[in-house]
Design a protein around this ligand. Sequence first.
Ligand code: AMP
Length: 292
Amino acid sequence: MAAGEPQPQVIETVAAMCAEVRRLQRSGQRVGVVPTMGALHDGHLSLVQLAKRSCEKVVATIFVNPTQFAPHEDFSKYPRTLERDLELLRGVGCDYVFVPSRDEVYPPGFSTEVDPPAVARRWEGECRPGHFRGVATVVLKLLNMTPADLAVFGQKDYQQAAVIQQMVRDLNVETEIQLGPIIRDPDGLAMSSRNRYLSPAERQRALSLSQSLNAAQQSIAAGEARAATIAAMIGETLQPQVDVIDYVAIADAVTLEPVETITANTVLLLAVKIGNTRLIDNCVVSPGKFAP
Ligand code: AMP
């Protein structure tokens, strides 16, 4: 940890956050924002570092957004580790942390929501009804409350990133959107705040997600282009290890509509449950595999 870094400035109100971003911009500084739900790990920190490459000042936001959780999901037990988060953000030189209360984001009388774009319809949209309505609404609000020049999101939540990019285009939001690659533990497990729910045995079984994606990439590289064959292969790897397969999607990387034939513009998306923990992972088919 970089002991020399100053503590990030913690801001709790919308008025103070918005005014500070405007003040920085008036003084000629480019501002980046990284929206998170906290319980930070190296995946989140990599997004702060990405923002710092092109911005003079970076804001991380920490808000566990109740409207993107269904009643049976893990909102109340979602990990909240603010002190540690602040230390981690200090270590990567994050300048501000916006930590609004629930009432600050959704004051009494709040009743406007974003109807998410078509790319929200399948996969997560089907498994988690209402999820992307909650995500689109809170992200639009965060981009208004923290009107940064750049917002950075992770490819870990591939469909979420697609929803946000389309929403920003459709609604003429001026903030530039940048995506950061998935950060993984050395054994391949994609980092996630939810990984801490896994018992050691469950964590071992969770390696089947990245393993099935890697094996699929290898088959594709070796010439297999039939989506059904690749989906079956992934399913066979996952099936003995996980408790529920929510979906194995082989889809167009932009529209997320299913495809029959894999090309350089295809994404593989997985969602499973192991015990009580829901995990997602994905990979874009490497374009190199299709080079002539
Ligand atoms: P969350 O706190 O889960 O809402 O995630 C906040 C942001 O961090 C989102 O843009 C995620 O896509 C991103 N993120 C989460 N996990 C990772 C990871 N392993 N690698 C890169 N980005 C990630």
